[in-house]
Design a binder for this molecule. Structure first.
Ligand SMILES: Cc1cc2nc3c(=O)[nH]c(=O)nc-3n(C[C@H](O)[C@H](O)[C@H](O)COP(=O)(O)O)c2cc1C
Length: 417
């Protein structure tokens, strides 16, 4: 297998010195690391130290003739499998949220087509400031993965959230995102069940095959027009990412969306409900299926091969026919997953409709969400998990946070058999 490559962007926080330790740990895990430092970062750590640790040149200047000629900012942004910002200052988070690209680091972040993990570290007041929280919400909505900071005593003498997580925990998170086996013994010499920060080794879905569907479907009316819905795919992608981060072997069947494939996830792109059903069939057997996609209930009964022409005052009738019910067909399939989860996007009588759907579809859980606001395409979601035993309601959270919680619940359920 090819060596996985990380582009590490170090910014100017007091915790920048820990990035050297992070590089050491990542290299011990067999990963390759190339570093970019902001001008402020070089006030905390010398490029020489970083260069010794990465065994490579350190990049920092956009208009450096040698750097730009040898590799160039676009190539730097594309050659990695994962871009990690550690530590991430409040400043770089703000610039990223606004799409500013006024130095090498921010230009790479705007130009990259690879997944990005930001590991923020800052004073607790900077962390809690509404501007920082607003920027974090924007970045999450843009698909940036944010590792929550630790809580505790800070270098500045204050106490609260904002501390950089310990490097072994960051290394573990990076390995999980890359689908790279993390060996705790290599980072700490301690038992492989915990890393030194006390964070449990979070791969409870290891060995489990999980199918996730996401996004809308597009149903042709003619070659240029189609029926669609407002699903952005973000919640399904976040669930697939969380499943992979917890160690699952994930197949993501995605309708037409413009989202980056989460690391370690096998993605199959489809357009229509019929395509999605065929792709689901092909992906079986799996241990759990999480059917998040907003599959169109209907498609045009006839979709002519040529564009329907505007014809005087004659308005064509749109005759609809029902699409296959993918969730219900999985419930009675010979390869029915051990855990089958449907999603119900509702605009009214959320629980009532979800309970009816649970009974009708024959699945194990329905995750109901209220889509009457800006949930479709938004950054947050609230879940009601409806099962035959009752309803578990979770408050509104960022889509990646609630996805992680859902996948932890799935891991528990699969472990119980
Ligand atoms: C001693 C010192 C420590 C700092 N620590 C942090 C920090 O931990 N987090 C942070 O967001 N900013 C911190 N700053 C402020 C940043 O260095 C400043 O916002 C800078 O513009 C960040 O630039 P960069 O994001 O381009 O690296 C610190 C500044 C100083 C002088």
């Amino acid at each position: 297998m090819n060596e996985k490559r990380i582009l590490l962007i170090v910014t100017g926080g007091i915790a920048a010195y820990k990035s050297l330790e992070l590089v050491r740990l990542l290299k011990r895990q067999g990963l390759s690391v190339r570093a970019v430092m902001t001008q402020s970062a070089t006030e905390f750590v010398t490029p020489l130290s970083m260069s010794v640790m990465t065994e490579d040149q350190v990049y920092g200047h956009m208009f450096d003739l040698k750097e730009e000629r040898e590799i160039g900012h676009i190539q730097l942004s594309r050659q990695a499998d994962l871009v990690v910002i550690c530590p991430a200052t409040a400043n770089i988070l703000a610039k990223m949220a606004a799409g500013i690209s006024d130095d090498l680091a921010t230009t790479i972040l705007l130009a990259t087509d690879k997944p990005v993990l930001a590991v923020p570290a800052m004073n607790v007041r900077m962390w809690n400031h509404p501007a920082t929280q607003r920027n974090l919400a924007q970045l999450r909505a843009d698909g940036v993965h944010i590792m929550d900071p630790d809580e505790g005593a800070m270098a500045c003498g204050e106490f609260g959230p904002g501390r950089l997580p310990e490097p072994p925990a960051i290394a573990e998170q990076i390995c999980a995102m890359l689908g790279h086996d993390f060996d705790a013994m290599l980072t700490s010499g301690r038992s492989p069940t915990t890393v030194p920060s006390g964070v449990p080794l979070a791969r409870p879905l290891s060995g489990q095959r999980i199918l996730v569907t996401a996004g809308p479907t597009h149903e042709a009316i003619d070659p240029v027009r189609y029926i669609a819905n407002r699903s952005s795919g973000r919640q399904g992608f976040a669930i697939a990412a969380a499943a992979a981060a917890l160690g699952a072997d994930v197949t993501l069947i995605a309708g037409p969306v413009h989202l980056a494939t989460p690391p370690g996830v096998a993605r199959i792109d489809v357009e229509t409900a019929i395509d999605m059903q065929a792709a689901v069939e092909k992906a079986l057997p799996v241990d759990a299926a999480i059917m998040v996609a907003a599959v169109a209930d209907w498609r045009a009964a006839q979709a002519p091969e040529q564009k329907i022409k505007k014809d005087g005052g004659n308005i064509p009738a749109l005759n609809l026919t029902e699409n296959p019910d993918i969730l219900a067909s999985l419930a009675t399939h010979t390869h029915r997953p051990r855990l089958l989860i449907g999603f119900a996007a509702e605009t009214e009588k959320i629980l009532e409709h979800a309970q009816a759907k649970l009974a009708k579809k024959g699945c194990d859980w329905i995750v109901a969400n209220d889509v009457s606001g800006d949930v479709m395409g938004g950054a947050k979601n609230a879940f009601h998990i409806v099962t035959k035993d009752g309803v578990d309601s979770w408050p509104e959270s960022a889509k990646d946070v609630i996805a992680r919680k859902l996948m932890e619940k799935v891991a528990d359920a699969l472990a119980k058999g």
